[in-house]
Design a protein around this ligand. Structure first.
Ligand code: FMN
Length: 324
């Protein structure tokens, strides 16, 4: 499949692995890129710019294919060392950056001057248009079903993708709820030129997370995610567990008076315990509704090959047969 996305990023298949905190290490990104997709290292999981430089170097040792780095802009008090991270990305010869969170305008000139392509992840048509207007090369349109931060508009991909297609000139990929060849063909039918997956890539052999995390995703159904931190306008879709149910109780008790400090125990600094130690009740961790479509733990290559074969089968047999 050749699309503007495969051309832009120099990849074989139009499949991207979105940045994921404590999942997007070099092993994950290299496995996806080696399978013909675009793997992405999560910048902020690294504690410093020097650590990120080291992670980029490790990834280069594991793959000759293009891979990217995710830079997430968060509303935090002590801002991470973004200039240092941008320098590590440029010096490391990375060719693609996935930005997310706030508007990436502060890092765009430096990245573009270095010939780096920028794909901005956003959850609305208006933010996608903004990304286009400031010069982003592509966008990742993240629907309400996505794992992580779906924004506050609650528009699912069945509406969001065709809306994006109607408005955007730059290419975009569908993100949120994508799992298989059916997702890819549907996304393409709605105007996307590829797809971005998060949760699906965690349940792969190479994902460098504890086996308990993979097992939890395989065991979960589409009913097992919850939206947390909505009263803080920082909504996150997470897998339900004891900590999340407690968090939701606190939200109910506090109502409109909820402060971030009220839920800090359930959300701050919990990723290492979950992803590395497999303590599945340690806190809230992002997970998409797509968990309901995930029933196995293939290698990244098996997964991507299967997606491409299924997509081809749907287009050439099922759809062509219906249209005939
Ligand atoms: C465990 C996990 C951690 C994530 N961390 C980040 C992150 O740090 N930055 C970011 O931009 N997106 C993050 N995401 C969102 C993904 O990149 C992707 O947009 C999302 O998972 C797509 O939805 P899906 O899970 O339905 O495929 C995370 C998602 C998950 C599941």
């Amino acid at each position: 499949m050749k699309t503007r996305i495969t051309e832009l990023f120099g990849i074989e298949h139009p499949i991207i692995q979105g940045g994921m905190h404590y999942v997007g290490f070099a092993e994950m990104a290299a496995a996806v890129s080696n399978a013909g997709g675009l793997g992405i290292i999560t910048g902020l999981t690294q504690k410093s710019a020097a650590d990120l430089a080291n992670e980029i170097a490790r990834c280069k040792d594991m793959t000759d294919k293009p891979f990217g780095v995710n830079l997430t802009f968060l509303p935090v008090v002590n801002s991470p060392d973004y200039p240092g991270m941008v320098k590590a990305i440029i010096d490391g010869g990375v060719k693609v950056v996935e930005t997310a969170g706030n508007n990436p305008v502060q890092v765009l000139p430096a990245l573009h001057d270095a010939g780096i392509k920028v794909i901005h992840k956003c959850t609305s048509v208006r933010h996608s248009l903004k990304a286009q207007s400031i010069g982003c090369d592509a966008v990742s349109v993240d629907g309400f079903e996505c794992g992580g931060h779906p924004g506050e508009d609650d528009i699912p991909n069945m509406i969001l993708l065709p809306r994006a297609a109607d408005e955007l000139e730059i290419p975009f990929v569908a993100s949120g709820g994508m799992a298989d060849g059916r997702s890819l063909v549907a996304a393409m039918a709605m105007g996307a030129e590829g797809m971005n997956m998060g949760t699906r890539f965690i349940a792969t052999k190479e994902a460098p997370v504890h086996e308990n995390v993979k097992a939890a995703i395989v065991a979960a159904s589409e009913l097992d995610t919850r939206l947390v931190m909505r009263p803080l306008r920082n909504t996150e879709r997470v897998m339900t567990n004891a900590a999340v149910e407690r968090l939701l109780e606190i939200e109910k008790e506090k109502g409109d008076n909820l402060q971030f400090t009220d839920v800090i125990e359930q959300v701050a600094g919990v990723y290492p315990r979950i992803m590395m130690e497999g303590d599945m009740d340690a806190g809230a961790w992002s997970c998409g509704m797509v968990a309901g479509l995930i029933n196995d733990i293939p290698t990244c290559k098996e997964l991507i090959d299967r997606i491409m074969a299924q997509a081809e089968e749907i287009i050439q047999k099922r759809l062509a047969g219906i249209a005939a």
